[in-house]
Ligand binder design. Sequence first.
Ligand code: PMP
Length: 462
Amino acid sequence: TDLATAPANSPSDTDITDWDRDHNLHPWATTDSWRTDDYMRINTAKGIYVWDSTGKKFIDGPGGMWCVQIGYGRQDMADAIAKQVMEMPYASPWSSTSEPAAILARKIAEMTPGDLDTVFFTTGGSTAVDTALRTVQFYNNRLGRPEKKLIMAREKGYHGSTYLASSVTGKERFNTKYDNASDLVRFLPDVNPYGRPEGTTLDQWCDQKVADMEALIEREGADNIGAFIAEPILCSGGVIVPPPGYHKRTLDLCRKHDILYISDEVVTGFGRLGHWFASEEVFDIVPDMITCAKGLTSGYLPLGACIMSNALMKRMEDPTGEEVFYNGYTYTGHPVSCAAALKNIEIMEDEDILGHVQRVTPHFQDRLKAIGEKFDIVGDVRGMGLLGCIECRPDLPQDTFDAHLKFGAKLDMACEEMGLMLRPFGNMAVFSPPLIISKEEIDDMFDIMEAGLEKLSAEYNG
Ligand code: PMP
């Protein structure tokens, strides 16, 4: 390509748009155009707000991608990152360690439930999940039962974009041209209480979901199943909260059949539900592995982790020392990312962000519930902690409103005009604002959402 004429310095706004469109392939790009020039360009960010290239201000409803816990523009984060860069920006995790990695691993071990005390650092959520799934293989091969490898995963679950992580992802599974490792995975049906058969109580729904898992174990044979992977709340699937008791009962079932339980806390970890981790504090389970990322650094730098139990580590031990845990990344335990995570956690502790989330959650969830009651075009609202989802009524006629495909995008567009970004997913819009959001800012957010829904309702009725 002839790029010689492109100006190298001081690009104009138009240059940036052109260069981004022509050379920067975005994740989840649609293939009809591949390149679009309507990506919003975020230039600055502070607290819960971001500003686009025209200077327009938005509340960041999705909190980046469910990750900016402490908000944007923290000088103390910048200082901690800069300090580590100047002191020692990189250490090979194969032959050395760094202070930030060791301190952070110890800190995370303190925060996790039960005996989950061993931390394997990764580059993000997908690689944390990949590590957990490869550990299931390593573990069962070590124990001399190589057939115990199938992974139970769930419809609408999201676990990432690496080969294995995308293979256990139940969302958009059928709408992909990738060849996933489907021989390694078995999916359990949707756990969403919304849309369950009429007259079915939540308890009965839970019974059915547990029975689904029992049937799968029966069908495949426990000797062939290595693990179950589950987000405590299926976030990208539309903030689906399984029925009460589900987590505990599925864990018990896994224990009964010597199946490892991987709790994917990439979104729910680090305060989203008012606790460091949701597994034990919210759902009363102590899994074998927890995966996390996102909120670990509040999105300031990439970092993830797969946290493993002592019991699991013990069973993987090889007294001869001949086995090698062949899994690792150049950036495992990256000192600068770990320093960012340590500062992020310190800020969350010093400013009692978990307490704050617990205090504002009832107001956030009340306002969300009110939307469900107020708008006829809304089929369901659901959430927990500072996570929320608005789903369009499924029976709205497709032809007049195109709601099934476009509701999320339409609501997002209406809200953006008024200064709020949401995350559209087909017929849903989800939001997970920075955890520092105040009660007043929560009101600002929901006021805009209500105004957006009024606009959409008028469109529908008109
Ligand atoms: N697991 C869950 C539950 C997620 O929500 C995500 C990302 N949205 C991932 C894994 C993958 O994380 P990453 O994009 O950092 O690879």
